[in-house]
Design a protein around this ligand. Structure first.
Ligand code: FES
Length: 363
């Protein structure tokens, strides 16, 4: 590649780096990601987009690994070093991810069938750091924004989850987050390893996702890798609601994420309902949506399937949104009625006293 020099900043606070044969003078403490962009390397938001994909941009997902002076570094949070040489990985990017757990669970997630919930441990789960959304009320922020724990390989994660399955005597193994789908190669390899270690018919491999990155080919690859249960969560019917809930301020991007999640649900039901248990999550708080929109969401899901399992999560105050008021028990029962009236037959609501099942029983 021809070498050229791009003068970005000639102040004393600048340093020189070389990116894929292109020399740059850049401000000190600039991230590697920014230096890549300045060198004309495209940095994408979704898996497979751009020369480098950087979906979380907070250091948790390890999708954006590049080589700086021969060492793997996360482009999104690592500052450039004076004189550094930066290379892209082509085929052999290390597969790493920060993961919390495993831990046993009594209720599981939106993709856990309601009839197994709550009687004893039903599932063991791990939680992957990094997310493409920025929900101010992130219900799992201590995992989502962890960029300091030791990352592990797909094999290590699969081995520890399998060991937890044996220890707790369950058949269901789940990954949630953060958002597991942001690092596609890591996730696919994780499920392949998990399936290799759990070949029996009883083993259920569960992905709990927001669905915003689940394109058709991604879903095909996940099912091929052995996934048996998938939960997706379109966060609203309207893009304004999606933006409020997720903190995504770029409207076209929010629209794309929202539509991808709805299309993922449609595709899962139409193509895989005989092989994959599908669950839908709806986050509810009146600060985000009125009953009218809840009805719209119910109707849209019912137009895809009246019987699909729908789990409504009562968003409570946490993280950067401590002013939220948790919906009351009675309010959640009303939400359940609205969705039932919109045509849905399998609605579960999370409340302050536990999950209420389709037959109005406490699970
Ligand atoms: S985008 Fe850099 S770690 Fe996720």
């Amino acid at each position: 590649m021809a070498r050229r020099v791009v003068w970005i900043d000639s102040e004393p606070g600048s340093c020189k780096v070389e990116v894929e044969g292109i020399e740059l003078e850049v401000p000190r403490n600039l991230t590697v990601k920014k230096a890549l962009s300045m060198a004309g390397v495209s940095v994408g938001l979704a898996p497979g987009e751009g020369d480098v994909s950087a979906p979380c941009r907070t250091g948790g997902c390890y999708s954006c690994l590049v080589e700086m002076d021969g060492e793997p570094v996360r482009a999104c949070i690592t500052p450039v070093r004076d004189g550094a040489s930066i290379r892209l990985y082509r085929e052999n990017q290390p597969l790493l991810r920060i993961v919390h757990g495993p831990e046993p669970h009594m209720v599981g997630g939106k993709g856990t069938p309601w009839w197994v919930k709550g009687r004893r441990y039903v599932e063991v789960a791990i939680w992957a750091a990094g997310c493409n959304l920025r929900c101010p009320q992130c219900q799992n922020y201590h995992v989502t924004y962890d960029n300091a724990s030791r990352p592990i390989t797909p094999r290590e994660a699969a081995v520890s989850l399998t060991a937890a399955r044996i220890a707790y005597g369950v058949n269901r193994m789940a990954i949630s987050g953060g958002e597991p789908t942001v690092n596609r190669r890591w996730l696919i390899e994780f499920f392949r390893e998990l399936r290799r270690l759990n070949r029996d018919d009883k083993a259920r491999l569960h992905l709990d996702s927001n669905g915003t990155l689940l394109t058709k080919d991604y879903i095909d690859e996940l099912v091929e890798a052995g996934v048996t249960d998938i939960g997706v969560e379109p966060k609203g019917a309207r893009v304004e609601t999606f933006m409020k809930i997720t903190g995504i301020r770029n409207r076209p991007l929010a629209q794309r994420y929202l539509e991808t999640a709805w299309r993922a649900l449609d595709y899962l039901i139409s193509e895989y309902s005989d092989r994959v248990f599908v669950g839908v999550g709806i986050p509810y708080n009146r600060a985000f949506m009125m009953e009218e929109e809840l009805w719209e969401i119910g109707e849209r899901i019912a137009s895809i399937s009246r019987d699909v399992q729908v789990v409504v999560l009562d968003y409570f105050p946490t993280f950067r949104n401590r002013r939220l008021r948790r919906p009351s028990f009675e309010e959640m029962l009303r939400v359940k009625r609205i969705l039932g009236d919109a045509g849905l037959r399998t609605v579960i609501v999370q409340t302050s006293i536990g999950h209420i099942g389709p037959n109005d029983e406490l699970l």
